[in-house]
Design a protein around this ligand. Structure first.
Ligand SMILES: [Zn+2]
Length: 225
C-alpha cells in the first residue's frame, strides 16, 4: 500500500478511538526486536543483545474509522538562542564521549525531529531544525541512547523519560522547552495510565538528567553531589 501515511496495530487504533473497517487486509511489516544473545557463550557475550525482526500486522489510517486524531500538539522551538547553541555544542561532545555518532540533516525521519538508531549507535537530527530545537532534540535522543539501547520497555515510558530528561537538562542550561516538552510527555503518557507512568519514570529522569548535567558542568555538580 504505497499510499499509506500513518500505520498502527489493530489494538493501537482502538486506543486512539478508531477501529479497523471490516474486511480490510492488514499490512505486514518487519519490526525490530532486541533480543539477548543466547547463553552458553562466554560471560562477555551474555550481556550483548542482537536485533532480530519479526512480522507484525498494521493498518493504515485510511483503513480505519472513528475519532479524528488529535493534531500534533507540540510546538517546535523556532528560536536560536546563545544558550541553545552552547547546549548543542556540549551535548555533541557528550555524545562523542559515549561513542554515539550524531548525523545532522538526516532525511527520512518523517515528522520526527530526530531519532536514535540503536543498531548503528547513531543519532539522526532532521534537516532545518532551529538551534534551540536541535539542542532539545539532541538531548532527547541522547537520553534514548543512554537509557534505551535495548528498546525493551514500553514506548510511552521511553518517550516520557527521554523528553523529561531533555526538559530538565535544557532548563538547567537556561533554555525553556516547556511549550514542546509538556505536550510531548502528555501525549505519550496520556495513552496509558499517565499518572502512574509519570511516577514510574520520575527517578530515572532525575538520575539521567543529573548525570548529563554533571558532564556538561563537572565543577558545579561535584559540589552538590
Ligand atoms: Zn523519542
Amino acid at each position: 500500500m504505497p499510499t499509506a501515511t500513518r500505520v498502527c496495530g489493530f489494538h493501537g487504533w482502538l486506543r486512539l478511538g478508531r477501529y479497523v473497517r471490516k474486511g480490510e487486509h492488514g499490512l505486514k511489516i518487519l519490526t525490530p526486536v532486541a533480543m539477548r544473545r543466547s547463553e552458553g557463550e562466554d560471560a562477555e557475550d551474555e550481556a550483548q543483545t542482537v536485533t532480530r525482526f519479526r512480522v507484525v500486522t498494521v493498518f493504515d489510517i485510511s483503513q480505519t474509522e472513528g475519532a479524528p486524531l488529535p493534531e500534533h500538539p507540540c510546538q517546535a522551538l523556532t528560536t536560536a538562542s546563545e544558550r541553545g547553541a552552547w547546549l548543542c555544542g556540549r551535548l555533541l561532545e557528550v555524545a562523542c564521549t559515549e561513542g554515539v555518532q550524531v548525523r545532522e540533516g538526516m532525511t527520512g525521519l518523517g515528522r520526527a525531529h530526530g531519532a536514535f538508531i540503536p543498531g548503528a549507535n547513531t543519532i539522526g537530527l532532521a534537516p532545518g531544525l532551529s538551534t534551540d530545537q536541535a539542542a532539545k532534540t539532541l538531548c532527547h535522543e541522547l537520553a534514548h541512547a543512554l537509557l534505551h539501547g535495548h528498546g525493551d520497555r514500553p514506548r510511552e515510558e521511553q518517550e516520557a523519560e527521554a523528553e523529561g530528561v531533555a526538559f530538565v537538562v535544557a532548563a538547567w542550561a537556561g533554555l525553556d522547552t516547556s511549550v514542546y516538552s509538556f505536550a510531548y510527555v502528555a501525549d505519550w503518557a496520556g495513552r496509558k495510565d499517565g499518572a502512574a507512568l509519570i511516577r514510574r519514570v520520575g527517578s530515572t529522569i532525575q538520575r539521567t538528567a543529573a548525570s548529563i548535567i554533571g558532564r556538561l558542568a563537572p565543577e558545579e555538580t561535584s559540589q552538590s553531589a
